[in-house]
Design a binder for this molecule. Structure first.
Ligand code: HEM
Length: 405
């Protein structure tokens, strides 16, 4: 072994803790300055590798010959014991390598096409306005997480996917059971199975009574012609539902809080809504809510940034580190909605790059603009110390955001 690579028992324990709620753990910057790749020790004593700089993260994520994303692989690195179980049972394409990944993903790309997303925009705007009507009617103080950040993506997913809105609390419970850091193995397993079973029942319902929604269209285009089994569709549908809820919710909560903390920036954006597209990219860069994915396992010994990652060892690519890499972004720890943040990796990179990214962008552009227009004097209704940050979750954000206006 190269002399400059520490043994597993000398490698620091991962994950690291944040010391400031608005920034990633400080160990990322320190390690990034020292080397592009750094060894860590996981909860089970196994060694894994953190790839911390923008250029190497792209290198690993583009290389699906030497790095596998097969979650069922016993060497695939997991952040908690529950995650091992969840990964082992993942049947959707997020956990597959090629050629299977592309074969399945291709069946769903039209559902997330520019045309489909543009057609959905008026509905997304109407949902934002409706929720802000409810907030205005409720009056201050209101918890923006409960009243907006959670409900908004649920209503949008309901319109797109075809899941009845009444089921959104169940869907969120299933998503959160997977994204928590403290849940039991049993809880994670049960909730993963329950959500797939739910989508399987929804497929039966839509086969009998089709609507204008994703489930009905996929049945017609791919299930009936025999290109996709109902069970595979149930697993993929469950993954899409989970992915569509929690991530956007956290960007709404955390992004709004950041704008409230930066009053001049908030006023500037409110005065010039044309800045919104760039502002959303910068907020995505700055927050990078997906904390412990993407992950891969080395299929052979691979040298990355001069460091050998041995065959069978796991790799984490904390996107919050790549998105704060000073080699890519000037003053990366400064939030600046006027910078060009378009190279951020908050949606991942390579074959598993987020399928819902256009939807997420439209949702965020619409919802932040509506919040700033409808609640121009928005402010926190409690001291910052009373905001509970999601240190306990794999998707980072805030549990509560009491606001007044
Ligand atoms: C701000 C919101 C979002 C963020 C930050 C985000 C982030 C990500 C990231 C980092 C990945 C890559 C994971 C990996 O490589 O292991 C991913 C994959 C994925 N995302 Fe998102 N996502 C968001 C919203 C959405 C939405 C709204 C949907 C769908 C409705 C969605 C559907 C998916 C799917 C299906 C994948 C798997 C793609 C594949 O494996 O080919 N995401 N997302």
């Amino acid at each position: 072994m190269d002399s400059h690579i520490p043994m597993a028992d000398m490698a620091p324990a991962f994950p690291f803790q944040r010391t400031c709620p608005f920034h990633p753990p400080p160990q990322y910057a320190a390690a990034r300055a020292a080397a592009p790749v750094c060894p860590v020790t996981l909860w089970n004593g196994k060694r894994a590798w953190l790839v911390l700089r923008h250029v190497e993260v792209r290198e690993v994520l583009s290389d699906d010959t030497r790095f596998s994303g097969a979650m069922a692989d016993p060497d695939f690195p997991a952040i908690t014991p529950a995650r091992v179980t969840v990964d082992k049972n993942e049947r959707a394409f997020v956990g597959m390598d090629n050629p299977d990944h592309d074969a399945y993903r291709r069946l769903f790309t039209r559902e997330f096409s520019v045309r489909r997303m543009l057609a959905l925009k008026p509905q997304i705007s109407a949902i934002a306005e409706q929720l802000l009507d409810e907030i205005e009617a409720h009056g201050p103080p209101a918890d923006l997480v409960a009243m907006l950040a959670v409900k908004f993506p649920s209503l949008v997913m309901s319109a797109l996917f075809g899941s009845p809105y009444e089921d959104h609390e169940f869907i969120i419970r299933c998503a959160v059971a997977r994204h928590g850091l403290t849940q039991s193995v049993e809880e994670a397993e049960v909730k993963a199975r329950e959500l797939a079973a739910y989508v399987r029942r929804l497929i039966d319902t839509k086969e009998a009574r089709p609507g204008d929604d994703m489930v009905s269209r996929i049945i017609e285009e791919h299930v009936r012609p025999g290109k996709l089994s109902r069970d595979d569709f149930a697993e993929i549908g469950a993954m899409i539902l989970r992915a569509g809820h929690d991530t956007t919710t956290n960007m709404i909560g955390m992004g709004t809080l950041l704008l409230l903390q930066n009053d001049a920036m908030r006023r500037r954006l409110a005065a010039d809504p044309a800045l919104i597209d760039g502002a959303v990219e910068e907020l995505l860069r700055f927050v990078s809510p997906v904390q412990y994915s993407p992950r891969r396992v080395a299929k052979e010994d691979v040298v990355i940034g001069g460091v050998t990652i041995p065959k069978g060892e796991g790799v984490f690519m904390p996107l919050a580190s790549a998105n704060r890499d000073e080699r890519m972004f000037d003053a990366p720890d400064t939030l600046d909605i006027t910078r060009d943040a378009s190279q951020h990796l908050a949606f991942g990179f390579g074959i598993h790059q987020c399928l819902g990214q256009m939807l997420a962008r439209y949702e965020l552009q619409i919802v932040y603009t509506a919040i700033l227009r409808r609640l121009p004097n928005l402010r926190l209704a409690v001291p910052l110390e009373e905001i509970r940050f999601k240190h306990d979750m794999q998707i980072y954000g805030v549990h509560n955001l009491p606001v007044a206006w």
